[in-house]
Design a protein around this ligand. Sequence first.
Ligand code: BYC
Length: 311
Amino acid sequence: MTATLSEKDLEQHFEHTLERDQRIEPRDWVPDGYRKTMIRQIAQHAHSEIIGMQPEGNWITRAPSLRRKAILLAKVQDEAGHGLYLYSAAETLGADRGDLTERLITGRQKYSSIFNYPTLSFADVGVIGWLVDGAAICNQVPLCRSSYGPYARAMIRICKEESFHQRQGFELLMTMMKGTRAQREMVQDAVNRWWWPSLMMFGPPDGDSPNTAQSMAWKIKRHTNDELRQRFVDMSVPQAEALGVTLPDPQLRWNEERGHYDFGELEWAEFKQVVSGNGPCNAERVAHRRQAHEDGEWVREAAAAHARRHR
Ligand code: BYC
């Protein structure tokens, strides 16, 4: 005998699952808002991985040695893989991957602001690994405990790979810092350009973050944007010292009372510009992705025809 569950029973089951810190799975009923928020965050995250292949991908043909080329190729390939797990996780919530791609290439869905800045020298590859992947790890480790099972599980593997990415960036920078004066200057220049945009990856300040309160209540997010930004600053300062670079913030100093580093105000007007499509490389990044999608049309058609024949 099967009993039909009322909407109230389903809601209670959802709440109990969250209270017990268990995972919500694709078979479970979820409120519309939860589904919508989860699809938005996972899709933005997937798009970030895919668009994020471009800034570093630009350096694959110009990597200074075979070893550096092999490392960079592997890293960019990992990012494609992360995008694929994440699109699959979004599909478990009923999203359609073709539709998500369409939203990305028509500018209707966001991706991380950080990938709208140009990579001007090979030191940028190292700094992306150190700071951008470092910020990504700081943001994503707590997401391994996110309430949505397929997302949380994807994060575990992604974080392992991101740790390798961060170390390769740090190792590359350390090598350059032990090199010539020109190499050290390249590293410092890259740090000057990427530091503030890396802090913006954590999202708007808590007071201007419309989604944080609800996402924390649903245990999608485990910390606020400002909490994670602070954690990232605190961990980056000693790493910058070990490298011998200066972080471009005259207000950066240890606050004994708070037990954290104080840091300067971010340029939130710049963040808003970049997020709304007007950053230095937004148009280029989306155009490149659109072109790649169009160029791949015949592959999708061939794969679909092959699948039909074997059905
Ligand atoms: N850039 O209410 P808020 C990587 C949006 S890739 C653009 O705080 P939420 C890598 C936000 O989505 C890793 N948009 O939102 C790859 C929201 O949009 P709507 C990327 C941003 O979701 C290649 C609105 O602003 N990581 O590691 O509670 C090479 C209001 O914000 C940004 C992820 O995607 C931004 N920086 O919190 C190397 C992490 N910040 O509602 C490395 C997963 C905010 O207007 N995502 N927005 O459409 C998250 O953890 C959260 O979504 C965020 C934002 C912390 C980013």
